[in-house]
Design a protein around this ligand. Structure first.
Ligand code: ZN
Length: 103
């Protein structure tokens, strides 16, 4: 498990983007560098109750979260954090997750 989540920052206009895009949606630049974000605030939560073709599926919570610099991203939620909660971000198996801040 890695602390923080990688997002891609445009070298021209500094827009933060996730996942890595081909072109910057703001200035159409094509150069990015990786940046780490450690925390975000939950804006919206949805629950995936069923997945086509999956037996024994456990409901999963997915959150739309906003990082301190305004980037919106979707992460899996690992606890019962609600809308407005500040969460720590981490990566597991290459996918972004969040959970309530431990500090
Ligand atoms: Zn840009």
């Amino acid at each position: 498990m890695n602390s923080g989540v990688t997002l891609w920052r445009c070298t021209i206009c500094r827009a933060g983007i996730f996942p890595e895009p081909l072109l910057c949606p703001r200035c159409h630049g094509d150069k990015f560098h990786a940046d780490r974000v450690q925390e975000a605030v939950i804006e919206e939560i949805s629950v995936i109750r069923h997945m086509l073709g999956q037996e024994n599926w456990q409901p999963r919570r997915i959150a739309s979260v906003r990082t301190a610099d305004g980037q919106l991203m979707t992460v899996g939620l690992r606890d019962e954090s609600g809308v407005g909660a500040a969460i720590d971000l981490f990566e597991e198996g290459g996918a972004p997750f969040g959970r309530a801040k431990t500090s």
